[in-house]
Design a binder for this molecule. Structure first.
Ligand code: FES
Length: 153
């Protein structure tokens, strides 16, 4: 009696044919092409990891989103669906972390711009559009600075 693995091995060896140089080169081209597509997708930011989430300080009041000290001047971060930026020292802005193009979740703030991973839109730290396809600015979120915390509402 023949085992299942023997049948598979036998079948595989019968179907194995010598590979011509032309077939081998064509197959190698497909592999290289797939690698280039993968590298391009990464370069476009479509596979960028999400930004580390901000969190409130341990002594924060109810509704706190983040510690002011964790929001860099000229940068920002995302906390509980809110993008918080600090365009200039001591001035904070808050926006929904949802792209105005097609509603994707924004991925974070890098090099002074708020980024959307879906189609590449970028927003300035004041929420206005730097690069489309988004055409509308980010929606503002009401917040206040309470001590060393950014508090929603
Ligand atoms: S959903 Fe953000 S760029 Fe399209």
């Amino acid at each position: 009696m023949t085992s299942h693995s023997e049948i598979a091995a036998s079948s595989a060896s019968k179907s194995a044919k010598p590979v011509s140089r032309r077939t081998f080169v064509a197959g190698a081209g497909v592999v290289v092409g797939a690698a280039v597509v993968g590298a391009t997708a990464t370069a476009c930011g479509t596979t960028a990891p999400p930004a580390p989430a901000l969190s409130p300080p341990s002594n924060a009041p109810k509704g706190a989103l983040a510690a002011t000290a964790d929001i860099p001047v000229g940068g920002g971060g995302i906390a509980d669906g809110v993008v918080i930026t600090q365009p200039v020292a001591g001035t904070f802005e808050g926006f929904t972390a949802t792209c105005t193009h097609a509603g994707c979740a924004l991925s974070g703030v890098r090099n002074g711009l708020i980024e959307c991973p879906c189609h590449g839109s970028k927003f300035r730290l004041d929420g206005t559009v730097e690069a489309g396809p988004a055409e509308k600015p980010l929606k503002k979120v009401p917040f206040r600075v309470d001590g060393d915390s950014i508090v929603r509402g």
